[in-house]
Structures are given as C-alpha cells and as structure tokens.
Write a protein that binds this ligand. Structure first.
Ligand code: FAD
Length: 508
C-alpha cells in the first residue's frame, strides 16, 4: 500500500488533517474534486477584484495561530477584529461587544425589559463561564486518548460543570427568552444575533455569544485562503500528495472497514485510513454502498437537516458614490420591515434579513485602487432554486436572467441604507444555493454545518462526530461537530486535527 491515509477533500479541514499527518511522517494523499484547493475557504477573481467563496471572518484566532505553531508552519499572520451591527425596525446596535456592556446598552434602549435582560445575560454569562476551554477538558468535545484522559481526571467540580452544560444543551433558548423578554425584536436579537426567532439550545447560543462578544470575530491578514495555502505547502513539503480535479465517487469498504477511495476515472487508492472532509450526507448517502452502514445511523444522517443555503451577491463598487453613513461596522445585518409568520415569500427582500459586508475593509487587496467590494447575503432554501438545475453545473434557460433580477431587487432594498449603491456598481457576481452545491460541493448548498435547531439536532450521536460506524473512516471539517462551538473555520480545524490524532494514536 503506497498511502497510509487518503483524505477526501482539500478544504481547510482536509488540508489541516493532511498537514498534521504528514508532519508526523505518514504518507498522505489528498483527493480534491474541484480544480483548486481550499474548498469553501477559497476565493475567486472577477475583473480585477477577488471575492470569498465562503467565510468572511472567524472566531478564536489564538487557537488557529496555535495550531499553525504546532505544525511548525510560519504563519506570520495578524488578525483584525470585525464588528457586527443589527439595523432592523426599532433596533440599531453594534452587538459585537462584551455581554455585560451589551446588556447595559440594551437596558438603556429597552428600560421596560431591564429585569428580563438581566436574567438572560446572567444565564448566558454563566454558561459562557462554563464553556471556556471546553475542548481541553470536557470528554464530549474530545476523542481518543484525550477523551480517556479527560474521563480519568474528572473531579467533582468538573462533574458539576458537565451536568450544568448538559442542562444548557437540553434547554431551548426559545423557552428562556419567551419567559424573560416581551419585545419581539429584542428577543430575536438575543436569540439569533439577528431577526430570526430563537431556535438554538442555550448551550449553542452561549457558544455563539462567546464567539461574537467575548472572543470576537477576526480576519487574518493572509486572508482565509492564505491559511489554506500555508497548509497546502505544509502537506507538500513533507512528502504529501494533493490531486486536484480528482472527485472521489466511492469509499471502498471491506468487512465494514474503509480500505480505499475510487475516483471518477476508475482509479482506486488503497490506504490504511480514509478521512472524509466532504459533509456527512455526501459521505454516507452518496459515496458508499448503504448496505455497509447500520440502518438506524443512516436514518439519522438522512433525516437530521443541515443549515440552509443562501443567495449571495458580490459587488465591486465605486465607494465615493455610496453614502456609508448608516454602516457603523464591517458587517451589518439589515431588515427593512417587520416580518410576520404569514410573510412566506423569500423574494420579498424588504422583509428579509440581509447581511452586508464591506469585504474590502478586511481583504485590503481584494479591490483595485480607489474601489471597494461588498458582499450581500440572504438565506434561501435550496428547494426555491432546485427547479433550475438540470445536472451538475447545468441550468435551465432563463436562470441567469432570473438570478440577475433577484440580485437587482436585493440591491434596491440594500439601497435604503446605502444610498447610491445601485449607481456605484462596476462588477457583479451572483451565487445561489445551486452554486454552493455544484462549486462549494455542499449537500443542497448548506452553508453552516448541521441544523441549529435544538430539537432536530438532539438525535445526533454526540457533540464530536469524527468517528464513524465504518472502521478506519474518520470525518474532518465543519460537519464533524454538531455545534460550531469555536465557530466555523476553527471548528473545521479542530475536528481535523483531532481526526489526525486518532489515526496517529491507533498507529503507535
Ligand atoms: C457561503 C458560506 C459562507 C460561510 N461563512 C463563514 C464565515 O463567515 N465564517 C466561518 O467561520 N465559516 C463560514 N462558512 C463555513 C465554512 O465553509 C467553513 O468554516 C470552512 O470553510 C469549512 O471547511 P471544511 O474543510 O470543513 O469544508 P469545505 O470547505 O466544504 O471543504 C470540503 C472539501 O471537500 C471537497 N469534496 C467534497 N466532496 C468531494 C468528493 N466526492 N471528492 C473529492 N473532494 C470532495 C470539496 O470540494 C471541498 O474542497 C461559510 C460557508 C459558506 C458556504
């Protein structure tokens, strides 16, 4: 056998896992479907601009830096803090501030809700206190010998903390917020950091506020794609191989153990271990013969939903033509009008929450001199677009006109807070859920991991989903955890490093 490990996918998760394995002397082969590495953490170029395929920024920069240091990869990266503003009927607030300070600001804005705000902030603050360094001591967030060691060293106070975390995981934020807060806009801000009704568990909500308010969301000076480039170099410099445009069509399984990967051209690469950086649904529903997998497990993979997809409009603009006066942060979540439950049309942008990011404030070299770039995003169900897809990367006639029309209406709505926007545009590109499926390689274009609904996620078998029912098959990346407890990119890196550790332990 030539390879110790075959990694399916060269996203930041797959590259992280491969780099760690290669550093430890294993022969690693990475097979990537796209003609480039980086997965959704990559960029694309249009007419002098470059834009992000996926992530705009991420949390826990210290952990990411520490991981690069451990790998011995000279990252040489500075991080810039990003701030977030909500601009919706009755609300205009920069909320990326410490929980206590934010609570005080909210009490000034909503004095009649003071008592409830205190209750919610105290409860969130208590959970945030419990979850610091969770991945260093809580057995549910570890695997292999690290998990065993954590279990062996649990003291009474740890057991008390574990009980409290379990309670927070079982409790929905909806019930807590319904009890404490009357104002719907305020409730939604506290429960979703936006305008959506609360649906997460209190634990997941605390992860989100911890990342947003305490640790912060940051952008690396290398760009997120720059992190992938460094990982790729680390793989190659230690004898690893990366094949691009090499889609895996089957994980070869023998006696319920993964023994190799078959690519579209029919080649089979045998290996001692397979690591999949593709998402769970793709891996288990598309890349293997289902008769190899326990039916109950397959049902969970099939039935537990992922987070949805989105419409994204990338703009290269002439900034002097836009009035940015109402934009107080690099990211604004804007909703023009109140949305009621009966307002079901996702194309009614005046009633949708739209993320507006001044991308060139982060990626300084992403726009030509004197120009700026913006990214506008609005969540969209995959099914809304699926009728346009005839095959992979193939669309019915009229798709381009349809999505351009949608983008035009989205821009019109955003023009309410960015006057002059429509007259400032020099370059426009549009991504839809079909793009995130066919170019992002995500099942139904999902954007942010498993569902954030506390109820729906409760049947998943654990917090960390690296180990699978197939022997010698591990998962790495954003879908290998049920909650984004460190946020997207760092969770992908964390699960990937843990998958590498499991292989290194089994081998030694
Ligand atoms: C639109 C969008 C916005 C996002 N915004 C943020 C954000 O702001 N902050 C944040 O932290 N995270 C964000 N994310 C999540 C982000 O994708 C992750 O944090 C990170 O990039 C995940 O990396 P990954 O390696 O787990 O997965 P991916 O980047 O999806 O990598 C998986 C890789 O596997 C490959 N692959 C799949 N199937 C096969 C196959 N059959 N054969 C070979 N290769 C295959 C894919 O081509 C891909 O390269 C966003 C994602 C999207 C799509």
């Amino acid at each position: 056998m030539i390879h110790d490990v075959v990694v399916i996918g060269a996203g930041i998760g797959g590259l992280t896992c491969a780099a760690k394995l290669a550093k430890n002397g294993l022969k690693v082969l990475v097979l990537e479907k796209n003609p480039h590495t980086g997965g959704t953490s990559s960029i694309f170029k249009r007419d002098g601009y470059y834009f992000p395929m996926g992530p705009l920024s991420f949390s826990f920069p210290g952990r990411v830096q520490a991981f690069f240091d451990e790998l011995g990869v000279p990252a040489g990266i500075d991080f810039k803090r990003n701030h977030f503003q909500l601009l919706a009927p009755g609300l205009d607030i920069v909320y990326s501030r410490p929980i206590k300070t934010l609570g005080e600001d909210l009490k000034n804005a909503f004095p009649e809700e003071s008592e409830g705000i205190d209750r919610v902030m105290d409860e969130l603050g208590d959970i945030v206190g419990l979850i610091q360094d969770l991945d260093r001591w809580h057995p549910d967030f570890l695997a292999g010998s690290k998990k065993k060691k954590a279990l062996d060293h649990l003291g009474p106070s740890d057991k008390e903390k574990i009980r409290a975390i379990k309670k927070a995981s079982a409790q929905t934020s909806r019930e807590v917020l319904d009890r404490a807060i009357g104002n719907v806009g305020l409730k939604n801000l506290l429960g979703s950091q936006g305008t959506s009704p609360p649906e997460m568990s209190m634990l997941n909500l605390a992860f989100m506020w911890n990342a947003m308010s305490e640790v912060g969301i940051w952008f690396p000076s290398s760009g997120i794609h720059g992190l992938c480039r460094r990982l790729q170099e680390a793989v190659l410099s230690r004898g690893g191989e990366i094949k691009i445009a090499a889609p895996v069509t089957e994980i070869v399984i023998h006696d319920r153990r993964a023994v190799g990967a078959r690519t579209a051209n029919g080649d089979i690469y045998q290996a001692g271990w397979i690591v999949s950086n593709a998402d769970y649904k793709k891996t288990f529903l598309e890349l293997m013969d289902p008769s190899n997998v326990d039916g109950a497990f397959l049902d969970i993979v099939r039935n537990v939903p992922y987070t949805g997809s989105e419409l994204c409009v990338y703009l290269g603009v002439h900034p002097q033509k836009i009035d940015f006066g109402r934009m107080k942060a690099a990211h604004v979540f804007f909703q023009k009008e109140v949305r009621r439950e009966s307002d079901g049309n996702p194309e009614d942008f005046d009633k949708r929450e739209i993320e507006i990011c001044r991308w060139s404030d982060n990626a300084l070299d992403s726009a030509p001199s004197g120009r700026a770039s913006l990214v506008l995003r609005v969540s969209f169900p995959y099914d809304h677009f699926s009728c346009w897809r005839t095959a992979e990367k193939k669309r019915k006639v009229g798709y381009k006109e349809y999505k351009t029309g949608l983008a035009g209406r989205l821009i019109e709505t955003v023009g309410n807070i960015l006057p002059g926007l429509s007259g400032s545009i020099e370059v426009m590109e549009i991504a839809t859920p079909l793009t995130y499926r066919d170019w992002g390689q995500r099942f139904c274009g999902s954007v942010a991991g498993w569902t954030w609904s506390a109820e729906a996620a409760s049947v998943l078998p654990g917090k960390i989903l690296i180990e699978t029912p197939i022997g010698n098959l591990f998962m790495a990346g954003i879908y290998a955890a049920t909650e984004l407890f460190l946020g997207g990119v760092p969770t992908a890196i964390y699960t990937a490093a843990l998958a590498a550790d499991l292989i290194l332990e089994t081998r030694s």
